[in-house]
Ligand binder design. Structure first.
Ligand code: ISJ
Length: 97
């Protein structure tokens, strides 16, 4: 197998994994949208660092390959940032009403 074949095969594995991840991330964003609606109604801020800390600690327990923990934490920090941006849009829309 050439190096190019190996790269293509690995990228196909990534494509298959992404095909599983994307619908799950979409489901997560749909729940985040609902959280944004609840926070907007309750006057709560998007950012909840304590809750994020709990998620980060749980993922550190769940990750079986411990050398992946920093990368996984980084991924989740990106997820939190995107979630909070979405929530802030919802909260702002509610405040403008
Ligand atoms: C979704 C929430 O809002 C924010 C986003 C989080 C997330 O994406 O899991 C966690 C905490 C909050 O900073 C929440 O408060 O549960």
């Amino acid at each position: 197998m050439t190096e190019n074949d190996a790269l293509n095969q690995l990228r196909q594995q990534l494509n298959a994994l992404d095909a599983q991840l994307i619908p799950l991330l979409e489901q997560r964003l749909a729940v985040v949208q609902q959280v944004g609606n609840v926070k907007a109604a309750a006057g709560l801020p998007a950012n909840d660092p304590q809750r994020e800390q709990v998620i980060i600690e749980r993922l550190a327990q769940q990750v079986t390959e411990k050398t992946f923990t920093p990368a996984m934490t980084q991924i989740y920090q990106g997820i939190f940032a995107a979630a909070k941006d979405m929530e802030r849009v919802i909260i702002k829309q509610e405040e403008a009403k």
